[in-house]
Design a protein around this ligand. Structure first.
Ligand code: HQG
Length: 184
């Protein structure tokens, strides 16, 4: 099990950030050839199609997708390499949340929420998920994003998997601290 987690982390690393590390081709929609991926990952870590299928099907955040005949694979979000995995422009229709660490608050309230190491800012549809996202960086704090006002001002949102929403940046005026933080 631990091996699968390690392998999954490695797959994210190459498919989102460093395909060049194993000389892997990733197209402009984020797809890599499945056979090539298995072959090239195998030069670093043991993997076969069965394990890859297990990872794709069981990933808790739904990070991966195969194409229909499983000849291609990609990660659905979180890239830093310049790809666009067919993000659909959509209206969130509710408030969205961004989980971060308290140590980033000063900077966020000066500069807004920026995409930092990734192509886009990641937002969550519920406060609990945002809290978990934030805890990856330190003491978590959940921010509330006024998506309605952003849309009225022309900002776009993209829908990814599992309640993950993406946007280019969130300026300070649309950010407030989620009230529920007090209860958690
Ligand atoms: C922070 C994971 C200072 C931002 C998660 C975050 C998510 C600022 C950190 C997905 C800032 C970037 C993305 C500013 C933003 N000053 N800090 N102006 N603007 N930040 O990991 O949102 O497990 O790149 O708040 O679940 O934490 O990888 O983004 O704390 O869905 O599949 O800079 O990655 O999914 O950190 O996480 P990240 P994130 P996976």
């Amino acid at each position: 099990m631990r091996d699968v987690v390690r392998l999954s982390r490695y797959l994210c690393r190459v498919l989102r950030h460093h395909p060049e590390e194993i000389d892997l081709k990733v197209d402009d929609k984020g797809w890599a050839d499945t056979t090539e991926l298995i072959e090239k990952v195998n030069t670093k870590k043991k993997i076969d199609m069965e394990t890859l299928e297990y990872i794709v099907e069981n990933d808790q955040k739904g990070r991966y997708s195969f194409n229909e005949d499983k000849t291609k694979i990609r990660v659905n979000y979180g890239h830093s390499i310049p790809v666009n995995p067919d993000y659909e422009i959509a209206s969130p229709e509710t408030i969205l949340y961004h989980g971060t660490a308290t140590r980033f608050l000063d900077s966020i309230f000066k500069k807004g929420i920026l995409s930092k190491g990734r192509n886009l800012v990641h937002l969550s549809k519920d406060i609990e998920t945002a809290q978990i996202v934030g805890a990856r960086h330190g003491e978590p704090i959940v921010l509330e994003i006024d998506t309605k006002a952003m849309e009225q001002d022309g900002y776009k949102f993209y829908k990814s998997v599992n309640g993950i929403w993406l946007t280019d940046k969130v300026p300070v005026k649309y950010i407030s601290i989620a009230e529920k933080n007090i209860e958690i």
